[in-house]
Write a protein that binds this ligand. Structure first.
Ligand SMILES: C[S@@+](CC[C@H](N)C(=O)[O-])C[C@H]1O[C@@H](n2cnc3c(N)ncnc32)[C@H](O)[C@@H]1O
Length: 272
């Protein structure tokens, strides 16, 4: 009975946290739309294929949030804790994002995705990497881009980004059920600011965790996000040539990277 109550409580807390996140970032998303309209910008991208209706999208988000809460209720991973940046950190980053937004719109209108080329460290990186993905200033190489990335992604996904990442942990939990986490290792390829690694660390405090990314600035944010937790190894490297011994990892995850790679590179980067 006590177990059932605590599971129901954990589920409800998780659902409430997801609902609050949705509310905040949905509002931010709409505010960005309004700002873009005020600035006279129109969406440059016209989808060529059918896209889900707003209603379908909301239904999918609801399913995602319920599945996330269900996984917490079943004890597959820990409930989402408060954001490591804190509410004041989120607000500061949102302000910075809104300040940068008109410049991003101007770059989009001018089809200029080259601000990253001015960043130190751009030389020698793969050509496809040296562009401003989503017209963010400094591409993946500037400190500011790393700082505001999380709120940008959450705004884009109506606050569902972290629940989407945690969906990967459900597969991990099922794959390692009954195994000793101290003997297991997980590599997150293109770990970005370390959001998946943080939830993985909270779920499996003794597992060996490694994050790999090509951006020093994003790895810096990832290290900061892991500060209060048991250590994680970080590797600055290209996912096309991972500098780790073959078969050294039990689990390999990767979130939100493959769609940004050219098709030929995607094949090279796919773990066997
Ligand atoms: C959209 S972000 C996703 C970050 C993170 N996985 C998340 O859940 O938010 C894409 C990430 O992929 C990294 N990346 C892109 N191409 C890469 C490559 N060839 N090797 C390593 N990292 C790469 C970028 O630096 C960036 O951090």
């Amino acid at each position: 009975m006590a177990k059932q109550l605590s599971s129901t409580f954990a589920m409800s807390t998780q659902l409430a946290a997801n609902a609050a996140r949705f509310g905040l970032f949905y509002a931010v998303n709409r505010a960005m739309d309004a700002q873009a309209r005020r600035l006279g910008q129109r969406p440059a991208y016209k989808p060529k294929r059918a896209v889900p209706s707003e209603r379908d999208l909301m239904a999918s988000l609801g399913q995602l949030f319920v599945a996330d809460a269900d996984a917490v209720g079943r004890g597959l991973y820990a409930a989402a804790e408060s954001d490591p940046d804190g509410m004041s950190g989120i607000v500061a980053r949102l302000r910075e994002m809104f300040v940068e937004f008109p410049q991003a719109l101007a770059r989009r209108d001018a089809a200029d995705a080259d601000s990253v080329r001015l960043e130190s460290g751009a030389d020698g990186l793969p050509d496809y990497y040296v562009q401003d993905f989503h017209f963010q200033g400094g591409g993946y190489l500037s400190e500011r881009s790393a700082r505001i990335y999380d709120v940008q992604v959450e705004s884009l996904f109506y606050g569902a980004a972290q629940a989407m990442r945690r969906a990967a942990l459900r597969f991990v939990a099922e794959a390692i059920a009954g195994r000793d986490q101290r003997r297991l290792s997980l590599l997150d390829v293109a770990c970005g600011t370390g959001r998946l690694l943080r939830d993985a660390r909270l779920a499996w405090p003794a597992m060996g965790l490694t994050g790999l990314d090509l951006s020093p600035a994003y790895l810096g944010e990832a290290r900061r996000h892991m500060r209060s937790l048991r250590s994680v190894s970080f590797v600055e490297a290209n996912a096309e040539a991972i500098p780790l011994p073959d078969a050294s990892q039990d689990i390999v995850t990767s979130v939100f990277m493959f769609h940004e790679l050219p098709p030929d590179v995607r094949r090279v980067s796919t773990p066997e």
